[in-house]
Write a protein of this length. Structure first.
Length: 153
């Protein structure tokens, strides 16, 4: 296993295109209205706006939506480090919901902790963002992903 690269460097245009193209094929992310806002090696940011369609009965952004964008951010963070002939699937993830997701939107950040030939581990963070009021960590988790060789399928 290798350490994730410095997330301050820019992902290549090819990696950004591959990640965005794959994301655009996800029916759930389209249904939720989520969008990628950042792609760097080993890190992906996804934003989801607060709307009635993604709320729960108290008006907070639903934990299911929070978990889905966190899982997706981690998966694409891992994909940024994989070769072109590979894809990624989540093996497991655990998320702690720390406080209600109250805000104008949430931002999920997936960050690779360790990238391996077969398994990759990511840190998942979700922040509630409110214009003029900063951000609040509302969920934190960890994810394990498996690299899938697409050329063998």
């Amino acid at each position: 296993m290798t350490e994730a690269p410095d997330q301050q460097q820019e992902a290549s245009a090819e990696v950004r295109r591959r990640v965005q193209d794959s994301f655009d094929r996800q029916g759930l992310m389209a249904h939720l209205g989520a969008r990628i806002t950042g792609i760097t090696p080993g890190r992906v940011h996804i934003v989801l706006g607060a709307r009635e369609e993604v709320s729960q009965q108290h008006g907070y952004i639903h934990a299911g939506a929070t978990s889905a964008v966190a899982d997706t951010a981690g998966g694409y963070a891992a994909l940024t480090l994989f070769p072109d002939d590979c894809d990624v699937l989540t093996v497991e993830y655990k998320i702690n919901l720390l406080s209600p997701a109250v805000g104008d939107r949430i931002e999920a950040i997936g960050t690779v902790v360790k990238s391996g030939r077969t398994l990759t581990v990511c840190r998942l963070e979700v922040y509630a963002l409110r214009d003029g009021a900063g951000r609040t960590l509302v969920a934190h988790g960890q994810q394990t992903l498996i690299r899938v060789n697409t050329s063998a399928q």
